[in-house]
Write a protein that binds this ligand. Structure first.
Ligand code: DSN
Length: 421
């Protein structure tokens, strides 16, 4: 088996293209050398990386298993069939499509399946935690559709379900979108379903951020409530970079046609095989324990950051991420991000609801625990991480950056990403 696998071969890359090989190695060292707190990132497994770096990348396979526009698809058909079966089993879904290249592509296809240009969709406002593709003017979603936005309640900072209902009654959207990129709390899918049913709308849940927690049974699933669930495969789920769609059987044809040929051409068969590998990993008890720990870590990290003076939006988290108001610490989001970066702590500035600052400055940071948890860190380390973030953010003149960086190096040394065999 081994000698017939023409997969990742770093020595060959280094010999042929030292410049790019240096970047590949540099990125591995960067991922290993700091604390990775971007809520949408993770460290996928060597098995997933092997499938990604395989000859399946060479194959054109427009269409679906058994119905391709190219010959020679027997092997890739099997990979896609296995992946689809695993996705349906893992999520209890009636239909799965693993071809979307990304979360944005999955959303593009889902809208394409159900909406015509000019139709109304109701999604969460980006500054309140939504996503670019949920109706912002800079994306197709706000340009081609009549997008109406709901947000969070000014006092609780939780999704304002009364506002969702009012807007739905007033604007009669054809599709309601639940989900976002900076929502720290569980979403009440039953309420969204009730609102959608009341006005005869379809319900789409963009589960990109939290689908890994659903896969690990750490939080409730949107699948029983939604007509369609879109996702990415590389966040908490820990698979290859890409997207996927789950839906009810009645929508299967529309979704498949909307992915191919409406919005995409040839599927990335190496990525689909890697998605199948990941879905098998996610069905194991070890992954369920991981998903539970991701949430416990996010809660412990949030508590630690409260002790450092930050204010958690909504008061805490039920998921893998927290949104922290940096104003009580006397810094903007962009300052906090830069100071953490200088100390080897990678996170992102993030607008908080009703943020007086523009998004390029922001009054908050977003932190997530998928990567640290993959490294085997748990609650005690989260306290240390919170103290390091606090020290880095308060370090006005950069004099403490070296000390924090040394503590970061010690911590990741004890819990390495991609440990050497
Ligand atoms: N860019 C992703 C995130 O960081 O949340 C969402 O698309």
């Amino acid at each position: 088996m081994r000698e017939t696998f023409w997969g990742p071969d770093f020595d060959a890359l280094a010999a042929q293209d030292p410049e790019i090989a240096g970047i590949v190695l540099g990125e591995l060292q960067r991922q290993r050398g700091g604390l990775q707190l971007i809520a949408s990132e993770n460290f996928t497994s060597p098995a997933v990386l092997a499938a990604l770096g395989s000859t399946l990348s060479n194959k054109y396979a427009e269409g679906y298993p058994g119905r391709r526009y190219y010959g020679g698809c027997a092997e890739v058909d099997r990979a896609e069939e296995i992946g689809i079966a695993r996705a349906k089993e893992l999520f209890g879904a009636e239909h799965a499509n693993l071809q979307p290249h990304s979360g944005a592509s999955a959303n593009f296809a889902a809208y394409g399946a159900f909406l015509q240009p000019g139709d109304t969709l109701l999604g969460m406002a980006l500054p309140h935690g939504g996503h670019l593709t949920h109706g912002t003017r800079v994306s197709f979603s706000g340009r081609w559709y009549n997008a109406v936005a709901y947000g969070v309640h000014p006092q609780t900072e939780h999704i304002d379900y009364d506002q969702v209902r009012d807007l739905a009654r007033r604007h009669r959207p054809k599709l309601i979108v639940a989900g976002g990129s900076a929502v720290p709390r569980l979403i009440d899918f039953a309420v969204f379903r009730e609102i959608a049913d009341e006005i005869g709308a379809l319900l789409m849940v963009d589960a990109a951020h939290f689908i890994g927690l659903v896969a690990g049974q750490a939080i409730p699933s949107p699948v029983p409530y939604a007509d369609v669930v879109t996702m990415t495969t590389h966040k908490v789920l820990r698979g290859p970079r890409g997207g996927a769609i789950l839906c009810r059987a009645e929508h299967a044809k529309a979704i498949d046609k909307a992915v191919f040929p409406f919005t995409q051409g040839g599927p990335m068969m190496h990525a689909i095989a890697a998605k199948a590998v990941n879905l098998l990993e996610c069905s194991r008890p070890a992954y369920q324990a991981y998903a539970r720990q991701v949430v416990l870590n996010a809660q412990a990290l949030t508590e630690g950051l409260v002790a450092e003076g930050f204010r958690p939006v909504t008061g805490g988290t039920d998921t893998h991420l927290a949104l922290l108001d940096t104003r009580p610490v006397g810094v903007t989001g962009v300052e906090a991000e830069a100071r953490c970066d200088a100390a080897g702590i990678v996170l992102n500035k993030n607008a908080i609801p009703f943020d007086p600052q523009p998004p390029s400055v922001a009054s908050g940071i977003r932190v997530g625990t998928p990567s640290l948890t993959t490294q085997g860190m748990s609650e005690p380390e989260m306290k240390d991480v919170a103290s390091l973030i606090g020290a880095a953010v308060r370090d006005e003149d950069g004099s403490a950056a070296g000390e924090v960086r040394a503590a970061v190096a010690e911590l990741v040394g004890r819990h390495p990403a991609y440990p050497r065999p």
